[in-house]
Design a protein around this ligand. Structure first.
Ligand code: ADP
Ligand code: MG
Length: 257
């Protein structure tokens, strides 16, 4: 049997906003193909943790290792850790896809241009190669006919599927999702979850912050419950959903299932 490779490792991540400690020493490991759901009450630090992984927020301390390669982080004048250079930051972000609650597509670019921008600019792909890959990905998320549309002409569910295609265009080692369906009308949630489910099935490594409990239970290899910036409980979906050790997790589950 082949040894599972570590896709992402976080070691003792700390993050404060001024005096407010938001992430208080989180360590976490995702092997290739793992799908890790991150649950917790509002304000528990889920978004901050995810955003620290690709340095949308700069942590105070900790180590981030992607596919066995540690990011060289160095403290800025303000004491927070950052990438050593712009080039290093872009290289790292190209390996870690991020899908936001609010899609964050460029409104003045067509769908195709949204998808090919980073592969061309960061990965230096020739336009023809980037377009060919974008067309494949558009077909994959069921939106081949939207290539020349603008984000504003698409439903929220369609925009989020484009955001996923855009992330995939960089062929990232890890995909991070921060409540990808929370901004959607209920009838549009499933079209996004089914794309995410297919990514899980093909063995993509993903960290997913979500309130979609049934989905999390079905697709996750591990479930992490955060409370006040720390891991309150971590385990298989069966353990964390059905048989949590923590009373706090039990209460959360009984009010969310
Ligand atoms: P979650 O995603 O679990 O709801 P967040 O990571 O968004 O939680 O927030 C965790 C805590 O950090 C909250 O107390 C929130 O108010 C605080 N926080 C988040 N972002 C900022 C910021 N930019 N400045 C100051 N405090 C912040
Ligand atoms: Mg959040």
């Amino acid at each position: 049997m082949s040894q599972a490779q570590t896709a992402l490792e976080l070691v003792d991540i700390h993050k404060s906003y001024d005096d407010l400690q938001v992430i208080k020493g989180i360590s976490l490991k995702a092997n290739d193909g793992d799908v890790i759901s991150i649950l917790g009450s509002s304000g528990s630090g889920k978004s901050t943790l995810l955003r620290c992984i690709n340095l949308l927020e700069r942590p105070n301390a900790g180590r981030i290792i992607v596919a066995g390669e540690e990011l060289a982080l160095k403290p800025g004048k303000d004491g927070y850790l950052g990438a050593a250079s712009r080039a290093q930051l872009e290289a790292m972000r190209s390996r870690i896809g991020f899908v936001f609650q609010s899609f964050n597509l460029w409104p003045h670019k067509t769908i195709l241009d949204n998808i090919i921008e980073a592969p061309m600019r960061v990965l230096k792909q020739p336009r023809s190669q980037a377009v060919a890959r974008a067309e494949e990905l558009l077909a994959r998320v069921g939106l081949a006919d939207k290539r020349n549309a603008y984000p504003g002409n698409l439903s929220g569910g369609q925009q989020q599927r484009i955001a996923i295609a855009r992330a995939l265009a960089m062929d990232p080692q890890v995909l991070l999702f921060d409540e990808p369906t929370s901004a959607l009308d209920p009838e549009l949630v499933n079209e996004v979850l089914s794309v995410m489910r297919s990514l899980a099935e093909e063995g993509r490594t993903m960290l997913i912050v979500t309130h979609e409990m049934r989905f999390a239970r079905d697709v996750s290899s591990q479930v992490v419950f955060l409370h006040q910036g720390q891991i309150e409980e971590i385990g298989s979906p069966e353990q964390v959903f059905d048989n949590p050790k923590s009373e706090r997790v039990r209460d959360f589950m009984s009010s969310h299932l």
